[in-house]
Design a protein around this ligand. Structure first.
Ligand code: ADP
Ligand code: ADP
Length: 226
């Protein structure tokens, strides 16, 4: 099964800038996949389009076979997204942020609370459940974003620079957590500009530069070339 399929994807922003020049990419179910590339390469644009936060100019995207143009609800059901920017309500309580998100997927409140306890617990945030989100440290906010993205138990989790600005100790524990959910069956795609992060986590990679994919290979093969 193909978890994510991207065909000839193009993005021209409103100012005329061509951020994606027709990229194609397949990620298989169960993979732990990294989208690598320098700042400005087009990584966030790609993930923004997949999560339907950014409109594409041309091309096709499907998530577990669901086309994001014609079967968006089904595609979204399969997809959890952790964008770079914190976009929760900072005045809401931690537990409510996760439970509210569950509501968008039609999960009953009792079950939503159970899920919140599971995922906030796994991410070391259950003790913080009654805090306002704005009171959390940067690393905790990042983990809250991950818990929220997992509450509907998506088959594909996409993270944009998940450990940017996170200290090395927390980064290691986030890597362990992501490895664990991947081992349990969740397909994961992340963007990073740390090669070390991709190296310790990912099986397959694509490198994007100036809006084009310049490599698409296994991590092993990439390391042999370096
Ligand atoms: P679209 O063409 O997809 O509708 P726009 O060009 O209208 O997108 O820009 C969307 C938003 O992104 C605007 O609020 C704009 O200010 C902001 N933006 C513009 N240039 C950049 C940039 N280089 N990097 C990040 N954001 C930008
Ligand atoms: P990356 O995530 O790899 O750092 P992005 O996808 O954020 O790259 O950006 C790719 C290119 O598109 C950059 O040159 C960026 O400045 C530009 N860009 C991003 N958003 C916008 C926007 N809204 N309007 C115009 N240009 C943008």
């Amino acid at each position: 099964t193909t978890a994510l399929s991207i065909q000839d994807l193009r993005k021209v922003y409103g100012n005329g800038f061509e951020a994606l020049k027709g990229i194609s990419l397949d990620v298989q179910q169960g993979d732990f996949f990294a989208l690598l590339g320098p700042n400005g390469a087009g990584k966030s644009t790609t993930l923004g389009i997949v999560s339907s936060l950014v409109n594409k100019t041309a091309g096709k995207v499907s998530v577990f076979g669901y086309d994001i143009d014609t079967q968006l609800a089904q595609a979204k059901q399969c997809l959890g997204v952790v964008p770079q920017e914190f976009n929760f309500n900072p005045f809401e309580k931690v537990v409510d942020i996760v439970v509210t998100q569950a509501g968008y997927y039609g999960i009953p409140r009792r079950q939503a609370l159970q899920r919140a306890e599971i995922y906030l617990g796994k991410l070391g945030l259950w003790e913080k459940r009654d805090e306002r989100a704005r009171m959390l440290s940067g690393g905790m906010k990042r983990r809250l974003m991950i818990a929220r993205a997992l509450v509907h138990e998506p088959k594909l989790l996409i993270l944009d620079e998940p450990t940017a600005g996170v200290d090395i100790e927390l980064r290691r524990s986030m890597w362990d957590f992501l490895s664990e959910i991947n081992a349990a069956g969740t397909t994961i795609i992340l963007t990073t500009h740390y090669l070390e992060e991709a190296e310790s986590l990912c099986r397959n990679i694509a490198i994007i530069d100036h809006g084009s994919i310049i490599q698409n290979t296994s991590m092993k093969a990439l390391l042999q070339k370096l």
